[in-house]
Design a protein around this ligand. Sequence first.
Ligand SMILES: C[S@@+](CC[C@H](N)C(=O)[O-])C[C@H]1O[C@@H](n2cnc3c(N)ncnc32)[C@H](O)[C@@H]1O
Length: 374
Amino acid sequence: MKVRDLQHAVLPRSSAEEQSRQGAVVALRRFLNRHVRPRNVAVFDTEAAPAFAAAHGRQPQSPTEIQQAFLMSPSYRLWSATNRAAQEMIWVSVGEPIYRDLDRMTEAARDLAATPGKLGSLALDPTYDPSPEVAGVDIHLQPGGYAMDRGDNDIVAGALYELGGNVFSFGQGIGRGDSKAGVVLRLLDEHFGGVRPKRILDIGCSAGAASAAYAANDPEAEVHAIDIGAGMLRYAHARAESLGVGVHFHQMDASALTFEDDSFDLVVSHNLMHEIGAEKRRAMLREARRVVRPGGIVIHQDIAIRGLPTLVQQVERDWDTHFNGEAHWNTYQNADLVADMTAAGFTEAEIVEHDLPAIHGANRWYAISATKPA
Ligand SMILES: C[S@@+](CC[C@H](N)C(=O)[O-])C[C@H]1O[C@@H](n2cnc3c(N)ncnc32)[C@H](O)[C@@H]1O
């Protein structure tokens, strides 16, 4: 597995054997993604649709029937079962080093949080009840889910997110120049005239990779970041301090921000929209517009699974909703985000949808942005 480009005090230290196991999961997932999954759409024509037609005397029509047809294909079922197993193997391969190394990591996080010259801060809200639609699901099968909090000093959710994300993204890790923040920073240069926002809010920050990347990019910027999970935020805070960047982390719901109106130059969310339901998403978009100042910018970046041209491709892409705990994947895939942004208060003329190349590799990202009128 590619060596991570970024080390810090709370990162779990995997033994050689654990790294080798993680490397095997990376290799399996890469093989499935590059060589097996791309065949699914062709397999629909050769196996799935004929099997459905043989059983029903007609072609599958609706998304539900197309999914039924896919599940009648032995090739698709083999891929689906292996893909699910590979996803579960991610968590086993990172859970072992995390729980083995947890005492050292917890102590490091506690020390960093208690350092007198801290650069950022952590504000947990013990009265906050994590959004049930996220807290109640192990999204992408992460054990305990995003909101897992096993009490004082618990950082496991954040460690699982970072190390699991490292394996999920084929060993590339979430480095200081986190690729998703890098994509937005490049967008600010290329589309927004090189603006340098001085007060930034990152909504749904998880382990704080993007938040730390914004702070590292401009040490004079005041970066705030929110998430629902205390275990996620403790880890994110210690991680940022260990990296020597100042981020102010808050436990807060994206749909009910406690920040003042017009108080940020830039409000971003990274990969949040596909993790929340429609009502929560609309409220989050409204809140993002409320807290950005006149002349300020909002950018919501997410995965590029929208606008696939055929129903078969859309159903194939929707696998995660059914088998990967991604309860809101399909809702995001089909959402009218321009309408949601308009309902949030922007005019259509202020809204731009972007198809953005990743900083590294062939991946692409979706983003929707808008500037609040000055
Ligand atoms: C896929 S992660 C994205 C994390 C990070 N932005 C990144 O790109 O690496 C989604 C995050 O959104 C958080 N989240 C989900 N619902 C939320 C809500 N209602 N308010 C705030 N954060 C939320 C989750 O806890 C999770 O950490």
